[in-house]
Design a protein around this ligand. Structure first.
Ligand code: NI
Length: 167
């Protein structure tokens, strides 16, 4: 396994739309393992392939306290979303040090393929629902700050530029 470098907002490669995975083979499983290692080391609770500059529909998530409940979603699709909206303070490994409230459907049902290539359906609420929607946004080239106001985005970009100058 290997850790992969994570792209940082506003890198334009984060705007790339990911392509579906046609065959769940050893290469895909190796990518998923490397992404999981990268997520745990960061540490983070979710990572989309887009963030490691691989533009294929693959995300890994672990929202457990014990850090041993790894979920892998290949070609995920949201097939149902609640009308109820929930607000959650989100962060992102591609936007270090920035946290802000984003509103999303409180519950979603997602269909995806697992690492065995078999389809599964998962109903999620709470943090897991937030995380699934956040990571699926990455696959369509959207970073969570795009959900914020223009004013907030401008402030975030200024703060990130300052951070990068200090590095
Ligand atoms: Ni993110």
């Amino acid at each position: 396994m290997a850790q992969l470098p994570i792209l940082h907002y506003p890198d334009p490669r984060l705007e790339t739309v990911a392509q579906p995975i046609l065959s769940v083979d050893d290469e895909v499983r190796r990518l998923a393992a490397d992404m999981a290692e990268t997520m745990y080391e960061a540490p983070g609770i979710g990572l989309a392939a887009t963030q490691v500059d691989v533009h294929r529909q693959l995300i890994v998530i672990d929202v457990s306290e014990s850090r041993d409940q790894l979920l892998t979603f290949i070609n995920p699709k949201i097939v149902a979303a609640s009308e109820e909206i929930a607000s959650y303070e989100e962060g992102c490994l591609s936007v270090p040090g920035i946290f802000d409230e984003v509103e999303r459907p409180a519950r979603v049902t997602v269909e995806a393929l697992g690492l065995d290539g078999k389809p599964f359906t998962l109903e999620a609420d709470g943090l897991l629902a937030v995380c699934i929607q956040h990571e699926m946004d990455h696959l369509r080239g959207v970073v969570f700050v795009e959900h914020l106001s223009r004013l907030k985005r401008t402030r975030i970009l200024a703060k990130l530029r300052k951070q990068q100058r200090a590095m």
